[in-house]
Every structure is written in structure tokens, then in C-alpha cells.
Design a protein around this ligand. Sequence first.
Ligand SMILES: CC(C)(COP(=O)(O)OP(=O)(O)OC[C@H]1O[C@@H](n2cnc3c(N)ncnc32)[C@H](O)[C@@H]1OP(=O)(O)O)[C@@H](O)C(=O)NCCC(=O)NCCS
Length: 176
Amino acid sequence: MTLPDREVIATRAGVSLGRYRASDFAAVHEYATDPMVYRYAEWGPNSAEQTRQYLLEASLPNSQALTLAVLVDEQVIGGAAVWSTDADHRCGELGYSLNRKFWGRGYATLATKMLLDLGFSSLDLHRITATCAPENSASRRVLEKAGFAYEGHLREHKLVSDRRRDSLLFARLATD
Ligand SMILES: CC(C)(COP(=O)(O)OP(=O)(O)OC[C@H]1O[C@@H](n2cnc3c(N)ncnc32)[C@H](O)[C@@H]1OP(=O)(O)O)[C@@H](O)C(=O)NCCC(=O)NCCS
């Protein structure tokens, strides 16, 4: 499927994952500079240059990663990615962020289910993990709704705003 000037990779219940365009800058920069969106992330707030670089890297051919826009009614409402972390063992990871205007409507769960399908099919992964901060209840819920299994508590796993933070580890297998 192709929207005007945009390659759409997957669609489910009105939510699509598609390739970014350079003209998505404003939509991406809006959520990438929102403290509510990056508060648990190891990135953010993005400078304009960082958002441009993200869009550029997302558009480069990459057989080990898919970095995609989350779209509703042809509007970019967030970003989502699945990538290989260990090709020999067919392991990968996924992540997502949405503009907060669109939270609470099930969109991240739909995007995550599509990312899983793409990771298992297009990237040929067997195991896909995701982590979230213990206090990020919305993200934890997204992973549970997408069928991930909780695998453990990673102590001081990430450096976020110069502080070491714990993460919860979740995984789904191609055979689940
Ligand atoms: C995490 C995020 C992507 C969720 O997006 P979303 O589209 O609102 O997610 P969904 O609507 O699919 O599901 C959210 C679920 O979390 C629940 N939820 C939301 N806030 C919650 C809270 N504070 N406590 C408990 N549950 C909560 C919702 O009720 C919903 O569950 P339900 O369907 O059982 O009612 C969004 O909040 C976001 O972009 N956050 C900032 C970036 C981020 O944290 N990314 C993930 C990094 S690991």
C-alpha cells in the first residue's frame, strides 16, 4: 500500500507503520522535545539536528533494522522501531514513542503487534526483547497486551539524565 509519497509497510485497525519523509520533521520534533515523552528515555530532548539525523538514518537502507513512522489518518503520531541486536542468534529489540495527544487509544499496542510481525518475518528474528522503566506503567501494559512475557528486573541498566536506572525486561519468541 502507498499513501501519497509514502511507503506503508503495515496496517492494522487504522494504524499504519510507514517510511519517514523529510517533511515529517515538525511532527517528529514535537514529540521528541516533549518531556513527558522522553522522561524515561536515554535520549531527549532532541535538538533540531538530532531529529534531522534520526530521520536521515531511518531513511537509509538497513537490512538489520526498521525505523518507521506510526501513522493515523496519514498523520505522523509517533515513531517505532525493531532492530537486530545479534544476527547469529536471531535476537532483536523493539521500541516506540507516541505524541502524547494520541495516548490511551490503543495505538502503541497496534504498532507493537505490527513491529513484532515485521521483526519475525522481514528481519527473520526468533526472539524480540523490549525494556521499560519500572515506573512506566503504560509501556509495561503495551508489552503485556502485545503478548510479551516478563523476564526480569535489570538493575542499573540504563543511564537516563545522568542517573543509572533499572529496567524491566520483556520478550516474545517467534514460536509464542
Ligand atoms: C508508552 C506509550 C507508547 C503508550 O502508548 P498508548 O498508545 O497510550 O498505549 P495503548 O493505548 O496501546 O496502551 C496503554 C495501556 O496502558 C495503560 N496505562 C496508561 N497509563 C497508565 C498508568 N499510569 N498506569 C497503569 N496503566 C496505564 C492504559 O490504560 C492502556 O491499557 P488498557 O488498554 O489495558 O487500558 C506512550 O505512553 C508513550 O509514547 N510514552 C512515552 C514514550 C515511552 O515511554 N516509550 C516507551 C519506552 S519503553
